[in-house]
Design a protein around this ligand. Structure first.
Ligand code: DGJ
Length: 468
């Protein structure tokens, strides 16, 4: 058969020796094949294995509560200052939005985003029914009654001590601007570490990597920047390895730093900083895969794209392998996780300390190609969803025993007083069809949806600990 098309050269399809196919037969076979692939992909993504189907049932019962959407109705106060009706007619004042209120430290709504001490979560003094409950945005005390200082952090589950460790930026110092136009900052104090058995009551294990007070040439000198520390354990070397974003006060060094310890509680010895693969590197994370291979993911080329590449076996360096992903998408704050062989990632946009819309991405291979699936946030209200619940992601922690269930860990930055930045922990669930067919022409492969559910108050399912 010869197809005539003004854009194409004539093509002839031969079905088998001596016979020829009609155009409709070719089209229908193609449609049939694509349909088959589509169904296959659906089955393999949604619990094709017998065991998974069972887990899905119990998972749904346990997580029904978490998937119930909580709405927020917040009245925006009238604009400040009285305006005569004439003036209002002449130049109608732009009505303020919730995000304006969030960014205004004198807003009457301040308590909505940054509830005061009276509402703090105190694991040692729980008079009501709040035990084990997360309250996104409230002050969260450690077991000594001090606000937890672990911003831009991540969580490590240590098999040998059966303990969770939460590492993050210890920011308990004054916020200032180094230059008139410089971003708000706190001097480096170090990396804070907290331990817990239940992911709710956290004991302060101290500063496990400390700032340098005197030597200005040191990466860890207090005038520099240390952000987004993450720790993984290397089974082969028996070492705990920390990677972090290291920068100067103007964010021009754009490097990663590496530190190492024999114990999860440190002290960590700082090794050095470097530009991974020779590229600028700002927001970053590391991810340890099931096969023990660890990867670094960092924002590069002035935050316009992400780079991903495996670490060496000892996790102390990058290899020569690197791929550019999400090119031109300007994403930062990457948080990577895996479910049923598919890799997922949540990222934020690049707006300094101000919140913006999160996006979920998925990939069959960790090295890409990565596809963008859309905004994973559910509930609250439109502005809550467009601002990642007024927060920025930092880590996604898998709940062992509850496949497809994770905790999304985010920072609600307070640029006026960074030490008073809050934590937003919410359930993240992978399941159900994605919202849109994505970049591929025929919608292959079909990713599962990633959903982060807003809750003013929530707790892990009571059976969860028993499931480990
Ligand atoms: C956004 C990043 O995600 C944070 O880690 C921090 O670097 C701020 N920018 C600084 O403005």
């Amino acid at each position: 058969m010869t197809m005539r098309n003004k854009y194409r050269k004539p093509t002839t399809f031969h079905c088998n020796a001596g016979s020829r196919c009609s155009p409709s037969a070719v089209v229908w076979s193609l449609v049939g094949f694509l349909l088959f692939l589509h169904l296959y992909s659906l089955v393999s993504h949604n619990g094709g294995k017998g065991g998974d189907v069972q887990l899905h049932t119990s998972h749904h019962t346990l997580f029904r509560e978490l998937e119930e959407v909580e709405e927020e109705t917040i009245q925006i106060p009238p604009p400040k200052g009285k305006r005569s009706p004439r003036a209002a007619k002449r130049r109608p004042k732009r009505s303020t939005t919730l995000i304006d209120e969030f960014l205004d430290e004198n807003s009457q709504l301040r308590h909505v985003f940054f509830p005061d001490m009276k509402t703090a979560i105190d694991p040692m003094n729980d008079s009501g029914n709040d035990s084990l409950n997360y309250f996104p945005g409230r002050i969260w005390f450690d077991t000594e009654g001090n606000p937890i200082q672990a911003h831009g952090g991540g969580i490590l589950y240590d098999e040998s001590s059966r303990t969770y460790y939460w590492y993050g930026e210890y920011k308990d110092g004054p916020t200032y601007h180094a230059h008139k136009k410089g971003a708000a900052r706190v001097d480096i104090i170090g990396v804070g570490c907290y331990s817990s058995k239940d992911l709710w009551a956290w004991k302060n294990e101290g500063i496990v990597l400390e700032a340098e007070e005197a030597n200005e040439t040191c990466d860890l000198h207090k005038s520099n920047v240390l952000e987004r520390p993450k720790v993984i354990y290397n089974e082969k070397t028996g070492k705990y390895v920390m990677w972090m974003h290291i920068d100067d006060g103007n964010y021009t060094k754009a490097a990663v730093g590496i530190a190492i310890s024999d114990y999860p509680t440190g002290p960590f010895s700082y090794l050095h900083s470097k530009r991974p693969h020779g590229f600028d590197s700002r927001d970053m994370t590391i991810f340890k895969d099931d096969d023990g291979v660890a990867y670094i993911i960092y924002s590069s080329e002035d935050n316009s794209e992400l780079h991903i590449g495996p670490l060496t076996e000892d996790y102390l360096d990058v290899t020569h392998v690197v791929r550019r992903i999400l090119i031109g998408q300007h994403r930062e704050a990457p948080a990577l996780f895996k479910y049923q062989g598919t890799y997922y990632m949540i990222t934020s946009g690049c707006t300094g300390w101000a919140p913006n819309e999160a996006l979920a991405h998925a990939a069959e291979s960790i090295m890409g190609p990565w596809e963008t699936m859309g905004n994973p946030c559910i509930g609250g209200n439109k502005m809550f969803r467009q601002t990642t619940f007024f927060a920025q992601g930092t880590y996604v922690f898998p709940l062992s025993g509850l496949p497809g269930s994770f905790i999304f860990i985010a920072d609600r930055w307070n640029p006026a007083d960074l030490r008073d930045s809050r934590y937003v922990w919410l359930p993240l669930i992978v399941g159900g069809p994605a919202d849109r067919p994505l970049d591929y022409d025929f919608g292959f492969p079909v990713w599962s949806r990633v959903s982060i559910y807003w809750h003013r108050k929530w707790r892990l399912p009571s059976g969860w600990r028993g499931l480990k």
